[in-house]
Design a protein around this ligand. Structure first.
Ligand SMILES: [Mn+2]
Length: 350
């Protein structure tokens, strides 16, 4: 097992790479989507949250991430003494109609294939994605964690419909016609995932890139009146079996799985790690289940993190583990201190 740190787009610089090294990380996972662009309610400094208007404006639909820019980022990370394990998430600007089954779907499936080829060409082994219409929406921030530390959680469901021009909790078209995105059925959503995997898996296999699926965060059957894909642990198996391939794998999020109403977190860790399906792991702790749960310090929630690591070790998991989120510590550098605390705890357990 290897220790890693997840970095947002605005954190991709030498200072944050040094910080990762100083915390004992050997790997990083990076976000290239700017979740904080033109948003009133979603501010950098912590994980993205935001209100009904979402995380802000998606990227440039005509600018795909090139192999050259990916190679340059990787070189900088390597120069800092770290490995670049994965890119986390596609930009809604590049694939909204793949999620929505919209008019640009065919062209956007080509976008996604091009990006995967570029990721492979740059020598990055994993591409994480979250196949979700509404995305990570409906969470709130508050002093929920130990010692009144600021953390994220859910305080009841969110089913106000999503406005046109929005996908994956970001705005891809500011000039969209008024009105709301019609609700898909769960069958339609799984059909869309099948179309996506059929298109990208052959490319991923050729490019040597593992596709890693994050479950729905928060894991409710619907958010903003749109169905969700993986909101119970067993649905991960449905995703794997939908298109069997060594490149069809999981961005295995322990916190999200623990928030689900069914199943047992240790059983889920065992089931999927035994199959060798964990591309990489998000490891954090949580108290409660959807739609009322709160993220906690890593040593302080419902999950016995030591037991999780023990199961991973028994099943010979050798991949990267990152704390995907952490409560903010009360000090001059709340995000850094929160991450350092989680990383130190994980490193000691490892
Ligand atoms: Mn996660």
């Amino acid at each position: 097992m290897k220790l890693g740190l997840g970095l947002y787009r605005h954190q991709l610089n030498a200072e944050h790479y040094r910080f990762a090294r100083q915390c004992g990380c050997t790997h990083v996972v990076i976000h290239l989507v700017d979740y904080f662009r033109s948003s009133r309610s979603n501010q950098p400094g912590d994980q993205p949250v935001g209100d009904d208007s979402g995380w802000g404006l998606a990227g440039d639909p005509d600018r795909l991430w090139t192999a050259a820019e990916l190679r340059a980022i990787k070189a900088e990370i390597n120069a800092a003494g770290l490995e670049l394990e994965a890119i986390e998430n596609f930009d809604p600007a590049h694939w909204h109609d793949v999620l929505l089954d919209g008019p640009r779907k065919a062209a956007q499936l080509e976008n996604v294939k091009t990006i995967i080829r570029n990721v492979g060409e740059a020598g990055i082994p994993v591409m994480g994605y979250n196949f979700s219409i509404a995305g990570v929406a409906g969470r709130v921030k508050g002093r929920f964690a130990r010692g009144d530390a600021e953390a994220v959680g859910m305080d009841g469901p969110l089913d106000t419909p999503m406005p046109n021009g929005m996908a994956w909790n970001m705005v891809y078209d500011r000039n969209a016609a008024p009105g709301c995105v019609p609700a898909a059925t769960p069958e339609q959503l799984w059909q869309r995932l099948g179309d996506f995997l059929s298109a990208v898996l052959p490319v991923a296999e050729a490019a040597g890139v593992t596709m890693a699926a994050h479950p729905d965060d928060p894991p409710l059957p619907t958010i903003r009146s749109q169905p969700r894909l993986v909101y119970q642990p067993a649905l991960y198996q449905k995703l794997i079996d939908l298109r069997p391939s060594p490149r069809n794998a999981l961005e295995f999020c322990v916190g999200t799985l623990a928030e689900m109403t069914e199943g047992d977190i240790y059983e889920a860790v065992d089931t999927y790690s035994r199959q060798g399906k964990l591309a990489y792991v998000h490891l954090r702790n949580v108290r409660g289940k959807v739609p009322f749960y709160k993220e906690t310090f890593i040593d302080d929630g419902d999950v016995d993190v030591k037991r999780v690591l023990r199961i991973l070790k028994q099943n010979h998991f050798t991949g990267v583990i990152i704390p995907d989120h952490a409560p903010q510590l009360s000090c001059a550098a709340p995000w850094h201190a929160g991450m350092a605390y989680a990383l130190g705890y994980l490193k000691a357990l490892m």
